[in-house]
Design a protein around this ligand. Structure first.
Ligand SMILES: [Zn+2]
Length: 290
Protein backbone atom coordinates (compact mmCIF):
# COMPACT_ATOMS: atom_id res chain seq x y z
CA UNK A 1 0.00 0.00 0.00
CA UNK A 2 1.43 3.43 -0.86
CA UNK A 3 2.34 5.59 2.12
CA UNK A 4 0.27 8.75 2.66
CA UNK A 5 3.41 10.75 1.86
CA UNK A 6 3.78 9.10 -1.57
CA UNK A 7 0.06 9.65 -2.29
CA UNK A 8 0.54 13.30 -1.39
CA UNK A 9 3.57 13.50 -3.64
CA UNK A 10 1.66 11.96 -6.54
CA UNK A 11 -1.15 14.44 -6.05
CA UNK A 12 1.34 17.28 -6.02
CA UNK A 13 2.88 16.00 -9.28
CA UNK A 14 -0.55 15.74 -10.88
CA UNK A 15 -1.38 19.26 -9.75
CA UNK A 16 1.90 20.61 -11.18
CA UNK A 17 1.30 18.77 -14.45
CA UNK A 18 -2.12 20.38 -14.74
CA UNK A 19 -0.58 23.79 -14.11
CA UNK A 20 1.99 23.23 -16.84
CA UNK A 21 -0.54 22.19 -19.48
CA UNK A 22 -1.24 25.13 -21.74
CA UNK A 23 -4.63 26.35 -20.67
CA UNK A 24 -6.91 26.04 -23.65
CA UNK A 25 -8.97 29.01 -24.72
CA UNK A 26 -12.28 28.25 -26.23
CA UNK A 27 -13.78 30.97 -28.32
CA UNK A 28 -13.96 34.60 -29.04
CA UNK A 29 -14.17 36.12 -25.59
CA UNK A 30 -17.44 37.45 -24.19
CA UNK A 31 -17.03 40.75 -26.05
CA UNK A 32 -16.76 38.99 -29.41
CA UNK A 33 -19.78 36.77 -28.78
CA UNK A 34 -21.97 39.65 -27.59
CA UNK A 35 -20.97 41.75 -30.63
CA UNK A 36 -21.95 38.86 -32.90
CA UNK A 37 -25.29 38.42 -31.12
CA UNK A 38 -25.99 42.17 -31.30
CA UNK A 39 -25.41 42.28 -35.07
CA UNK A 40 -27.55 39.17 -35.51
CA UNK A 41 -30.38 40.85 -33.60
CA UNK A 42 -30.27 43.80 -36.01
CA UNK A 43 -30.58 41.41 -38.91
CA UNK A 44 -33.62 39.61 -37.49
CA UNK A 45 -37.25 40.43 -38.15
CA UNK A 46 -39.41 41.67 -35.27
CA UNK A 47 -41.39 38.45 -35.43
CA UNK A 48 -38.30 36.26 -35.15
CA UNK A 49 -36.92 38.34 -32.30
CA UNK A 50 -40.14 37.51 -30.45
CA UNK A 51 -39.75 33.80 -31.19
CA UNK A 52 -36.16 33.82 -29.96
CA UNK A 53 -37.12 35.74 -26.81
CA UNK A 54 -39.92 33.27 -26.06
CA UNK A 55 -37.52 30.31 -26.32
CA UNK A 56 -34.87 31.95 -24.11
CA UNK A 57 -37.50 32.76 -21.47
CA UNK A 58 -38.13 29.03 -21.09
CA UNK A 59 -34.42 28.20 -20.68
CA UNK A 60 -33.40 27.15 -17.13
CA UNK A 61 -30.65 29.81 -17.11
CA UNK A 62 -32.95 32.64 -18.15
CA UNK A 63 -32.94 34.19 -14.64
CA UNK A 64 -29.15 34.51 -14.73
CA UNK A 65 -29.17 36.16 -18.16
CA UNK A 66 -31.96 38.52 -17.11
CA UNK A 67 -30.08 39.47 -13.96
CA UNK A 68 -26.98 40.36 -15.96
CA UNK A 69 -29.06 42.32 -18.46
CA UNK A 70 -30.70 44.30 -15.65
CA UNK A 71 -27.38 44.99 -13.99
CA UNK A 72 -25.61 46.17 -17.15
CA UNK A 73 -28.37 47.81 -19.10
CA UNK A 74 -31.32 48.48 -16.77
CA UNK A 75 -33.10 50.71 -19.27
CA UNK A 76 -32.46 48.47 -22.27
CA UNK A 77 -34.72 45.97 -24.00
CA UNK A 78 -34.64 42.79 -21.88
CA UNK A 79 -35.19 40.52 -24.91
CA UNK A 80 -32.15 42.00 -26.66
CA UNK A 81 -29.98 41.95 -23.53
CA UNK A 82 -30.86 38.34 -22.72
CA UNK A 83 -30.09 37.29 -26.30
CA UNK A 84 -26.60 38.80 -25.90
CA UNK A 85 -26.01 37.16 -22.53
CA UNK A 86 -27.04 33.74 -23.86
CA UNK A 87 -24.20 33.90 -26.42
CA UNK A 88 -21.55 32.76 -23.91
CA UNK A 89 -23.62 30.02 -22.26
CA UNK A 90 -21.88 27.22 -24.20
CA UNK A 91 -18.53 28.28 -22.71
CA UNK A 92 -19.93 28.78 -19.21
CA UNK A 93 -21.24 25.20 -18.92
CA UNK A 94 -17.63 23.98 -19.04
CA UNK A 95 -17.36 24.85 -15.36
CA UNK A 96 -20.96 24.03 -14.46
CA UNK A 97 -21.52 20.92 -12.32
CA UNK A 98 -25.03 20.39 -13.71
CA UNK A 99 -23.26 19.34 -16.93
CA UNK A 100 -20.62 16.64 -17.38
CA UNK A 101 -17.41 16.17 -19.31
CA UNK A 102 -16.15 13.21 -21.37
CA UNK A 103 -14.75 11.37 -18.32
CA UNK A 104 -17.51 12.15 -15.81
CA UNK A 105 -20.64 10.28 -14.85
CA UNK A 106 -23.79 11.64 -16.51
CA UNK A 107 -25.78 14.26 -14.60
CA UNK A 108 -29.60 14.47 -14.40
CA UNK A 109 -31.35 16.13 -17.29
CA UNK A 110 -32.62 19.67 -17.00
CA UNK A 111 -35.81 20.82 -18.59
CA UNK A 112 -36.11 17.86 -20.96
CA UNK A 113 -32.76 18.74 -22.58
CA UNK A 114 -31.61 16.15 -25.15
CA UNK A 115 -28.37 15.67 -23.21
CA UNK A 116 -26.24 17.20 -20.49
CA UNK A 117 -22.74 16.77 -21.92
CA UNK A 118 -20.45 19.78 -22.02
CA UNK A 119 -19.48 18.94 -25.61
CA UNK A 120 -16.13 20.71 -25.53
CA UNK A 121 -15.47 19.13 -28.95
CA UNK A 122 -18.35 21.08 -30.51
CA UNK A 123 -16.39 24.35 -30.32
CA UNK A 124 -13.78 23.50 -32.95
CA UNK A 125 -12.55 21.13 -35.61
CA UNK A 126 -8.89 20.54 -36.34
CA UNK A 127 -6.57 17.65 -37.17
CA UNK A 128 -6.86 16.44 -33.57
CA UNK A 129 -10.68 16.17 -33.54
CA UNK A 130 -13.69 18.33 -32.90
CA UNK A 131 -16.86 18.63 -34.96
CA UNK A 132 -18.09 22.22 -34.90
CA UNK A 133 -19.46 21.95 -38.44
CA UNK A 134 -21.58 18.84 -37.94
CA UNK A 135 -22.70 20.10 -34.52
CA UNK A 136 -23.94 23.33 -36.13
CA UNK A 137 -25.89 21.45 -38.78
CA UNK A 138 -27.54 19.20 -36.18
CA UNK A 139 -28.41 22.14 -33.89
CA UNK A 140 -29.91 24.08 -36.79
CA UNK A 141 -32.09 21.14 -37.70
CA UNK A 142 -33.19 20.78 -34.05
CA UNK A 143 -34.00 24.48 -33.87
CA UNK A 144 -36.12 24.26 -37.00
CA UNK A 145 -37.79 20.90 -36.47
CA UNK A 146 -37.15 19.67 -32.92
CA UNK A 147 -39.59 19.57 -30.02
CA UNK A 148 -39.83 22.48 -27.61
CA UNK A 149 -37.03 21.26 -25.29
CA UNK A 150 -34.69 20.56 -28.23
CA UNK A 151 -35.26 24.08 -29.57
CA UNK A 152 -34.60 25.70 -26.20
CA UNK A 153 -31.41 23.68 -25.89
CA UNK A 154 -30.20 24.30 -29.45
CA UNK A 155 -30.63 28.09 -29.56
CA UNK A 156 -27.83 29.29 -27.20
CA UNK A 157 -25.51 26.68 -28.71
CA UNK A 158 -26.19 27.92 -32.21
CA UNK A 159 -25.69 31.58 -31.25
CA UNK A 160 -22.32 30.64 -29.78
CA UNK A 161 -20.98 28.24 -32.41
CA UNK A 162 -21.69 30.50 -35.40
CA UNK A 163 -19.25 32.84 -33.64
CA UNK A 164 -16.67 30.15 -32.95
CA UNK A 165 -16.56 28.83 -36.51
CA UNK A 166 -15.63 32.34 -37.67
CA UNK A 167 -12.60 32.36 -35.33
CA UNK A 168 -9.93 30.87 -37.62
CA UNK A 169 -8.09 29.06 -34.82
CA UNK A 170 -11.25 27.04 -34.10
CA UNK A 171 -10.84 25.46 -37.52
CA UNK A 172 -7.22 24.31 -37.32
CA UNK A 173 -3.71 25.50 -36.59
CA UNK A 174 -0.15 24.32 -37.03
CA UNK A 175 -0.22 21.17 -34.96
CA UNK A 176 -0.50 23.37 -31.88
CA UNK A 177 -4.06 22.71 -30.68
CA UNK A 178 -5.52 25.63 -32.56
CA UNK A 179 -2.76 28.03 -31.52
CA UNK A 180 -3.12 27.13 -27.82
CA UNK A 181 0.47 25.80 -27.82
CA UNK A 182 1.99 28.69 -29.78
CA UNK A 183 3.19 31.52 -27.57
CA UNK A 184 3.37 35.11 -28.70
CA UNK A 185 4.46 38.32 -27.01
CA UNK A 186 1.80 41.01 -27.05
CA UNK A 187 3.44 44.36 -26.24
CA UNK A 188 -0.01 45.95 -25.86
CA UNK A 189 -0.23 44.13 -22.54
CA UNK A 190 2.15 45.59 -20.01
CA UNK A 191 1.38 42.86 -17.48
CA UNK A 192 2.08 39.32 -18.66
CA UNK A 193 2.63 40.04 -22.38
CA UNK A 194 3.23 36.32 -23.09
CA UNK A 195 0.09 34.52 -24.15
CA UNK A 196 -1.05 31.83 -26.54
CA UNK A 197 -1.82 32.82 -30.09
CA UNK A 198 -5.32 31.42 -29.56
CA UNK A 199 -6.01 33.72 -26.63
CA UNK A 200 -4.54 36.64 -28.54
CA UNK A 201 -7.15 36.10 -31.29
CA UNK A 202 -9.99 35.44 -28.84
CA UNK A 203 -9.34 38.81 -27.19
CA UNK A 204 -9.08 40.93 -30.37
CA UNK A 205 -12.76 42.04 -30.30
CA UNK A 206 -12.19 43.87 -26.99
CA UNK A 207 -12.02 43.34 -23.22
CA UNK A 208 -14.15 40.42 -21.99
CA UNK A 209 -16.25 42.73 -19.78
CA UNK A 210 -17.26 44.98 -22.68
CA UNK A 211 -20.95 45.92 -22.39
CA UNK A 212 -23.09 49.06 -22.41
CA UNK A 213 -21.44 52.13 -23.92
CA UNK A 214 -18.21 50.25 -24.72
CA UNK A 215 -20.18 47.65 -26.62
CA UNK A 216 -22.14 50.35 -28.51
CA UNK A 217 -18.88 51.99 -29.59
CA UNK A 218 -17.52 48.67 -30.85
CA UNK A 219 -20.78 47.99 -32.71
CA UNK A 220 -20.64 51.40 -34.41
CA UNK A 221 -17.29 50.44 -35.92
CA UNK A 222 -18.48 46.99 -36.95
CA UNK A 223 -21.57 48.39 -38.68
CA UNK A 224 -19.30 50.29 -41.07
CA UNK A 225 -17.99 47.03 -42.53
CA UNK A 226 -19.73 45.73 -45.64
CA UNK A 227 -22.16 42.92 -44.76
CA UNK A 228 -21.83 39.55 -46.51
CA UNK A 229 -23.54 39.49 -49.90
CA UNK A 230 -27.30 38.87 -49.82
CA UNK A 231 -26.69 36.42 -52.65
CA UNK A 232 -24.68 33.98 -50.53
CA UNK A 233 -26.54 30.89 -49.32
CA UNK A 234 -27.99 31.12 -45.79
CA UNK A 235 -26.50 28.84 -43.12
CA UNK A 236 -23.56 27.76 -45.30
CA UNK A 237 -21.47 26.21 -42.52
CA UNK A 238 -19.00 24.62 -44.94
CA UNK A 239 -18.22 28.00 -46.50
CA UNK A 240 -17.60 29.63 -43.11
CA UNK A 241 -15.29 26.77 -42.15
CA UNK A 242 -13.32 27.01 -45.44
CA UNK A 243 -12.95 30.77 -45.04
CA UNK A 244 -11.45 30.26 -41.58
CA UNK A 245 -9.10 27.62 -43.01
CA UNK A 246 -7.97 30.02 -45.73
CA UNK A 247 -7.27 32.75 -43.19
CA UNK A 248 -5.25 30.29 -41.11
CA UNK A 249 -2.88 29.61 -43.98
CA UNK A 250 -1.70 33.20 -44.35
CA UNK A 251 -3.26 35.74 -42.02
CA UNK A 252 -3.34 34.34 -38.51
CA UNK A 253 0.25 33.50 -37.53
CA UNK A 254 2.53 36.51 -36.94
CA UNK A 255 5.90 36.48 -38.74
CA UNK A 256 7.71 36.91 -35.41
CA UNK A 257 6.93 35.88 -31.86
CA UNK A 258 6.62 39.52 -30.81
CA UNK A 259 3.51 41.15 -32.26
CA UNK A 260 4.37 44.24 -34.33
CA UNK A 261 2.12 47.29 -34.59
CA UNK A 262 1.48 46.39 -38.24
CA UNK A 263 0.44 42.83 -37.41
CA UNK A 264 -1.78 44.05 -34.58
CA UNK A 265 -3.60 46.37 -36.95
CA UNK A 266 -3.96 43.63 -39.54
CA UNK A 267 -5.24 41.12 -36.97
CA UNK A 268 -7.79 43.62 -35.60
CA UNK A 269 -9.10 44.15 -39.13
CA UNK A 270 -9.41 40.42 -39.82
CA UNK A 271 -11.10 39.80 -36.45
CA UNK A 272 -13.59 42.64 -37.04
CA UNK A 273 -14.45 41.24 -40.47
CA UNK A 274 -15.04 37.78 -39.01
CA UNK A 275 -17.17 39.08 -36.12
CA UNK A 276 -19.22 41.23 -38.47
CA UNK A 277 -19.79 38.39 -40.94
CA UNK A 278 -20.67 35.97 -38.12
CA UNK A 279 -23.28 38.34 -36.70
CA UNK A 280 -25.01 39.05 -40.01
CA UNK A 281 -24.99 35.40 -40.97
CA UNK A 282 -26.33 34.29 -37.60
CA UNK A 283 -29.24 36.73 -37.92
CA UNK A 284 -30.09 35.61 -41.43
CA UNK A 285 -29.88 31.96 -40.44
CA UNK A 286 -32.17 32.45 -37.44
CA UNK A 287 -34.64 34.26 -39.70
CA UNK A 288 -34.64 31.15 -41.88
CA UNK A 289 -34.78 28.54 -39.12
CA UNK A 290 -37.48 29.97 -36.88
ZN1 LIG B 1 -16.71 28.31 -27.84
Amino acid sequence: MPSPASVGFKRLCLFLCLLLLPSASHAWNGAGHRQIAALAWEEMSAENRQKVAALLRQHPDYPRWRQRQQKNDPKGDPDYGVFLEASTWADEIRGDTRFYGAKDAPTPRLNGFPDMRRHSDWHYRDAGGGNIDSALKKLASDLAHGNRAAKIYALPWLIHLVGDIHQPLHCGGKNDRGGNQTTIINPARSKRPEMSLHKYWDDLPGPHWQRGKYLSDALNKLRRLPPPSQAEPVGDVNRWYSESRELLAKQVYPPRKKISAAFQKHAETVAAQRVSAAGRRLGRWLNRLL
